[in-house]
Ligand binder design. Structure first.
Ligand SMILES: [Zn+2]
Length: 301
């Protein structure tokens, strides 16, 4: 982990998930995301100390454990204020809901109650409404921007020339690693891409992967759109013949060369697939029919 300056008083600390750092006029620091665990939190603290910065607040883009699990450690150590959208606060304060919803709402087996899926509950001090677009935090103009799609209440944060985009879109490298991208709401994710493309910042900072400069943004967003189109096309082709969700999932994994090695991957993958099915159904391209074996999907003639 190390400290990287981006522009003006906006920097980030590298790691599995980046932590954004905005130096406030007052000398304190405003953080964006807190990483996965205690080790991350300790490294964030040591990097901040080295820069002479004391964290006053941390905004969490969304409730996934790799962004929010470090919160409780930082809060314990510094009593910083935690900020998140009202929707994501539910998961940050009650992290057991994450493996539970991935397991269709039922009590999740212990294999799903793992660090990468279940954070440690942390109270959120400021719950932002998603419609609240620009907010003044401390003495800086830091804008909170709803970025729905990857999760229901994700927020991006803009300051000066820098836009922290969370997991709203993925870099080409991440897309290659995860051929079935995790967007809980594909329709809204596409709207979010358009919203990001209209922004005027110079640097776009995804939580994972390299920073995207403004001149490269359209190309990266286009790759995300293309991936959504490719997955949709595969589903439409497969559904020329009616299939149960599980059979469809198997075919999609085959076509995208996805290997499923554990329960965690199985439920995450299924959830991503359900989001695509919901998207195509909303568009009237496929339909869902009940059967005693589960949902049968088929293309609309
Ligand atoms: Zn995420």
């Amino acid at each position: 982990m190390s400290f990287h300056s981006i522009s003006g008083r906006v920097s980030y600390i590298s790691g599995g998930t980046k932590t954004g750092v905005i130096e406030l006029e007052s000398g304190g620091a405003f953080l964006i995301d807190c990483g996965l665990d205690k080790r991350n939190a300790e490294r964030i603290m040591s990097e901040l100390r080295r820069e002479g910065l004391h964290p006053l607040a941390a905004a969490i883009t969304h409730g996934h454990a790799d962004h929010s699990r470090g919160c409780s450690f930082l809060k314990e150590e510094t009593n910083l204020e935690i900020i998140a959208s009202r929707e994501e606060s539910v998961f940050i304060e009650h992290p057991r809901l994450e493996p539970r919803y991935l397991f269709a709402g039922a009590r999740p087996p212990k294999e799903l109650r793992i660090k990468s899926l279940e954070a440690i509950g942390c109270p959120v001090d400021h719950k932002l409404e998603l419609k609240e677009d620009a907010l003044q935090i401390f003495d800086e103009r830091i804008e909170a921007v709803p970025l729905i799609g990857h999760t229901p209440g994700q927020l991006g944060f803009a300051c000066g020339e820098v836009f922290f985009s969370g997991d709203s879109f993925f870099t080409p490298k991440t897309l290659n690693r995860h051929p079935l991208p995790f967007f809980l709401d594909v329709t809204r994710a596409l709207e979010t891409f358009a919203k990001i493309e209209d922004r005027t910042e110079r640097y776009f900072v995804p939580s994972h992967g390299q920073i995207v400069k403004a001149e490269d943004l359209s190309r990266v967003l286009e790759e995300n759109r293309r991936r959504i189109d490719d997955v949709s096309d595969i589903l439409i082709r497969i559904l020329q013949k009616p299939r149960l969700t599980s059979k469809l999932g198997g075919k999609v994994c085959q076509e995208l060369s996805i290997e499923i090695n554990n329960l965690h991957e199985a439920v995450v993958n299924r959830t991503a697939l359900m989001a695509f099915l919901s998207h195509l159904k909303e568009k009237g391209i496929i339909k869902a029919e009940p059967s005693s074996e589960g949902i049968v999907w088929r293309g609309v003639d």
